[in-house]
Design a protein around this ligand. Structure first.
Ligand SMILES: *Cc1c(COP(=O)(O)O)cnc(C)c1O
Length: 380
C-alpha cells in the first residue's frame, strides 16, 4: 500500500498542538462526566493505517474482509457471559454508543409488539424521547422517585389502565443524573399480578452495565433477571478514546428483523451500514488486558474512591448522597465557576461527580478543598 503524506503548515500545526494541550488539561480535570480516563491504546496506532469497516452482521461472513468481526464476536461473547445471556440464544453488535443500543432495543420491541406502549421514567436519558419519536412508538412517562428510580406505584397504576396493550419497559440501570437503578424483578412481579403475559424489557445500562455485575447484592438488570435487550456504553466505565457501545438481545427478537443484502453479501441486522472497526479492538484490548478480575478490581477501586469523597464532603457539612452501589455523588450545585472548572454536570440545583477509573484521589481532594473553601466563604 502507498501512503500519501498529509503535511500541515506551521500555523495549522501550532493550532493542533494548542488544541492537544488544552484537551489534555480538560480531560485530566473533569469530574462530572462518566467517561473513564485510563486510556492506553498505543497498540491501535498500527490499525489507523487501515480502512477498517465492520459493515454487516458480526456473525456472518461477507464479501468485504477488512473488518475486525472476529474480535467483535469475542467482545460480545464476553459481555454475553457477564450479562448472563441465554447460551446460543443471544445476538449483538458493537454500536456507536449507548443511544444506538437503546434505539436498537426499542426497534426490536416495536417489531415484536407493533402496537405496544413504551414506559420510561422522568429520569430517563434525554435521547429516549427522540428514539421513540424516530420509531413512532406510543409512550408514557412515569414519575420518578426522589432518588431517580422509577415510581413503581405510578407504573402499576398506569399499566392497569392499558392492560390490553403489551408494555415495553425502558428500564434505567443507572440514570444519568443520580445513577439510580430500576428494579426489573419488581416490574416483572407487577406484570404477573396484573396478568399481563406479553411484555418487553430493555435495560439501559450505559454506565452501570460494566459495574452492576460486580456489585453485591447484584441489582436485577440482566438477561437472567428477565431483560430482552441490554445496551452499555463502551466509552463510559470501560473507557475508550472513541465513543462506542455494546448491544445484546435475545436472538429470537433479532431473527425477526434480519434481511439479506446482496451488495455486502451479509445480513443487515445493525442500525448503521458502515460500522467502526477500531472500537471492537479497543474493547477487546480492554477485556483481554483486565480480565474479569481486573474489571472487578476497577469497580472496587472506583467504589473506594467514591466512599472517600462522600466521607470528606459529608464531614465538611455538604448535603451529599448517592444510590446503593453508585459511583455518582449528588450534592447541591456549587458556583458556576466550580461547575465550569471541574465540568460538573448540573440540573435543577443539583450537581454530580462520577468517580470513574483514571480519577485520582489528589484531584478529588483538590476539588473538595475548593468546594469547602467556597462554601465557608458563603457562610460567613
Ligand atoms: C450516557 C447515557 C446514554 C447515552 O449513551 P451514549 O453512549 O452517550 O450514546 C443513555 N442512557 C444513559 C442512562 C446514559 O447515562
Amino acid at each position: 500500500m502507498t501512503t500519501t503524506p498529509q503535511l500541515l503548515s506551521a500555523d495549522d500545526q501550532l493550532r493542533l498542538d494548542q488544541f492537544l494541550d488544552q484537551a489534555r488539561a480538560e480531560a485530566h480535570r473533569y469530574l462530572g462526566y462518566p467517561a473513564a480516563k485510563d486510556l492506553d491504546y498505543q497498540l491501535l496506532q498500527a490499525c489507523l493505517g487501515l480502512p477498517l469497516n465492520n459493515i454487516g452482521d458480526p456473525f456472518a461472513v461477507g464479501t468485504w474482509k477488512v473488518d475486525s468481526h472476529s474480535f467483535e464476536r469475542e467482545v460480545l461473547a464476553f459481555f454475553a457471559g457477564l450479562l448472563r445471556a441465554p447460551a446460543d440464544a443471544w445476538w449483538g453488535y458493537v454500536t456507536n454508543g449507548g443511544t444506538e443500543g437503546n434505539l436498537y432495543g426499542l426497534y426490536l420491541a416495536r417489531e415484536l409488539y407493533p402496537n405496544g406502549i413504551v414506559y420510561f421514567s422522568q429520569d430517563t436519558h434525554y435521547s429516549v424521547s427522540k428514539n421513540v419519536h424516530f420509531l413512532n412508538m406510543r409512550h408514557i412517562m412515569i414519575r420518578s422517585q426522589g432518588n431517580g428510580e422509577i415510581d413503581y406505584e405510578d407504573l402499576n397504576e398506569t399499566l392497569k389502565i392499558h392492560r390490553d396493550v403489551p408494555p415495553i419497559i425502558f428500564a434505567n440501570i443507572g440514570t444519568t443524573m443520580t445513577e439510580a437503578k430500576d428494579d426489573i424483578s419488581r416490574i416483572q412481579t407487577m406484570m404477573k399480578q396484573l396478568a399481563i403475559p406479553n411484555y418487553y424489557i430493555h435495560s439501559d445500562a450505559a454506565l452501570a452495565g460494566a459495574i452492576a455485575p460486580f456489585l453485591d447484592p447484584r441489582p436485577p438488570f440482566d438477561f437472567a433477571d428477565g431483560a430482552d435487550s441490554i445496551s452499555i456504553s463502551g466509552h463510559k466505565f470501560l473507557g475508550s478514546p472513541i465513543p462506542c457501545g455494546i448491544v445484546l438481545a435475545r436472538k429470537a427478537h433479532v431473527d425477526r428483523i434480519a434481511r439479506s443484502i446482496a451488495y455486502i453479501g451479509n445480513l443487515d441486522t445493525t442500525v448503521t451500514g458502515s460500522r467502526n472497526g477500531l472500537t471492537p479492538l479497543i474493547l477487546w484490548q480492554k477485556i483481554k488486558s483486565l480480565g474479569i478480575d481486573g474489571l472487578r478490581q476497577r469497580v472496587e477501586q472506583s467504589l473506594a474512591l467514591t466512599a472517600h469523597a462522600e466521607q470528606r464532603l459529608r464531614s465538611a457539612g455538604i448535603a451529599v448522597w448517592r444510590n446503593p452501589g453508585a459511583i455518582t455523588l449528588v450534592f447541591p450545585s456549587p458556583s458556576q465557576a466550580l461547575i465550569e472548572r471541574w465540568q460538573l454536570a448540573s440540573s435543577q440545583g443539583i450537581s454530580h461527580m462520577i468517580l470513574v477509573p483514571g480519577i485520582d484521589m489528589d484531584q478529588v481532594d483538590q476539588f473538595i478543598d475548593e468546594l469547602v473553601a467556597e462554601t465557608a466563604k458563603e457562610n460567613c
